[in-house]
Design a protein around this ligand. Structure first.
Ligand code: 5AD
Ligand code: SF4
Length: 515
């Protein structure tokens, strides 16, 4: 028979997929370990057909939450056997998507255009999409209709199930290769897209493998999802309801990381300081973020603790005290305020006022004088007037942030703000955005200047790719420091806390010399 796209189909394997499914374990994580083992068996057969080991590349968009998820994806795929590669044309591409603003979506569609061409050249290439964007029904519908070459789509809630999904995808591909269909007198292998999206979950699956990007610093999830429902934000819809991991599980993970040589921990959550809702301590006491920090602080070997992101409405006095008294918690707080006008804040459903935010920022600065504050600001929220915008500038001038992430408001379908009247004119948004940038720069906290001539403790993070003998690291307050090292063995310094003499203030970073 005459075959099209059947040449060299590497997925045609002799394997009893049904027998494997018939005895699958019910409980997690055993079930996923079982599927990792079975997917590894199939992977070997596919590699034999291909005559090489198959590679994967996970391309991550968005926030630290997504980057952490990608470490879990890498862990599972490596366990199956795939080789992690930076190559632009791997055998298995995963796009871990973000949908926080419109341009995040655009980047993914741009990538898909490029991948379509690659797949035309190599029909055996596997393309998977996961992450926040996949939780939007309209997106998945569009992908089904216009990007039918994708092999696997899954969401944010079932990321732990990746081994099982890869196994199911192998089964589909093998079946299709064994059963080509006749179309216009020619035999073709039918392509199918495997889609598994969950609306929500209350599940947290612990103890799955992961492949950490760094050996000396690590992110640790403490909460998943978000219950705040800020009216501009898509996160509660794509990441589900807020769930806190048990403190024991978190501390166990931090201890393991410390044993493996990690010295800096980043505690991650959409709203870290509401951590513990719905949990009870051993004696029935409430579980709070402040208490969790105390526990993590006790872990030997951990030298620095960071967290991202706290919400101003949940920032307790107790939390300020814990940070102030701690030797390990870094002197940097990212405290998004989004907008200065009470009117806008109310319509954003932020549940604080300009006055209460300024009071909080003031309290933090008084109690922890060496703290660096950074923030997120949205310009052009629906109905924002020039007067409202002046309130935003007031906050910037009064708090004096070290730096700020500034965003033009982006309409996200499905959020309450998307249907609000008075969407702000694009010209006005551009004008305000520029003014905001200038104001943030003009009023930026000039701690940088004060540091010249001082000794700073810097965690050496990476070797500068352009400048020989230069290492880039961070101080406790997150200031970026580039410093020279005397030898060629630059790698020896990475992951170490070093004393660096600050020699120059370059506005966005400092230069220094190893002392
Ligand atoms: N438009 C613009 N910025 C947004 N953010 C969240 N949703 C939107 C949106 N629809 C910003 C907020 C948040 C940061 C992660 O992204 O400032 O703190
Ligand atoms: Fe983007 Fe939000 Fe998802 Fe992070 S949680 S990847 S910011 S949509």
């Amino acid at each position: 028979m005459k075959m099209e796209n059947t040449v060299n189909n590497i997925f045609k394997v002799d394997y009893d997929f049904e027998a494997v499914r018939a005895v699958e374990p019910v409980n997690e994580p055993e079930r996923q370990y079982y599927y990792m083992e079975k997917a590894a068996e199939v992977y070997k057969l596919i590699c034999e057909n291909a005559g090489k080991r198959l590679t994967f590349n996970c391309n991550t968009f968005g926030c630290q939450m997504n980057f952490r998820d990608s470490e879990k994806i890498a862990g599972i795929l490596e366990k199956i056997g795939f080789e992690n590669t930076e190559d632009k044309s791997p055998d298995f591409v995963i796009l871990n998507t973000c949908t926080i603003r419109e341009n995040a979506d655009q980047k993914v569609y741009g990538n898909l255009g490029y991948l379509k061409k690659l797949k035309e050249l190599n029909p055996n290439m596997i393309i998977a999409l996961c992450g926040c964007m996949m939780q939007e029904t309209t997106v998945v519908q569009k992908l089904r209709e216009s990007y039918s070459f994708i092999d696997l789509i899954y969401g944010t809630h079932n990321i732990y199930k990746l081994a099982e999904l890869v196994f199911a995808m192998f089964a589909l591909k093998s079946y299709a290769a064994h059963h080509p269909v006749k179309k216009n007198g020619k035999y073709k292998i039918k392509h199918s897209m495997l889609v598994d999206i969950w609306k929500d979950t209350d599940k947290i699956v612990e103890d799955l493998p992961d492949e950490r990007k760094y050996s000396f610093k690590a992110s640790v999830n403490i909460t998943y999802g978000c219950d705040n429902f800020c009216t501009y934000c898509i996160v509660p819809y794509v990441r589900g309801r807020e769930r806190s991991r048990r403190p024991g599980d978190i501390v166990k993970e931090v201890k393991c990381l410390a044993d493996a040589g990690v010295i800096e921990i980043m505690l991650l959550g959409q709203n870290v300081n509401s951590y513990g809702k719905g949990l009870e301590g051993e004696k029935g006491e409430p579980v709070t973020f402040a208490n969790l920090l105390r526990m993590v602080e006790k872990v030997e070997g951990i030298k620095r603790i960071r967290f991202m992101t706290p919400h101003p409405k949940d920032f307790s006095d107790e939390l300020i005290e814990v940070i102030a008294d701690s030797e390990k918690i870094c002197k940097h707080i990212h405290l998004p305020f989004q907008a200065g006008s009470n009117n806008v804040l109310r319509r954003m459903n932020r549940r604080y006022t300009k006055e209460s935010y300024l009071e909080l920022a003031g309290k933090i600065k008084t109690r922890i004088p060496d703290i660096a504050l950074t923030t997120d600001i949205i310009v052009g929220f629906p109905g924002e007037t020039e007067e409202d915008f002046e309130d935003t500038l007031d906050v910037v001038k009064e708090v004096r942030y070290q730096s700020a992430y500034m965003f033009e408001y982006s309409k996200r379908t499905g959020t309450p703000a998307a249907t609000m009247e008075d969407q702000v004119d694009a010209e006005a948004v551009k004008r305000r955005f520029k003014r905001l940038q200038d104001t943030v720069a003009e009023y930026a906290d000039d701690k940088f200047g004060n540091k010249v001539g001082c000794m700073a403790e810097v965690l050496a993070e990476e070797v500068n790719s352009e400048e020989p003998l230069i290492i880039t690291g961070r101080m406790s307050d997150n200031t970026l420091v580039h410093f020279k090292v005397p030898t060629d063995n630059k790698e020896d310094y990475i992951g170490k806390l070093l004393k660096v003499k600050i020699t120059e203030n370059c506005r966005f970073y400092l230069m220094g010399e190893l002392s």
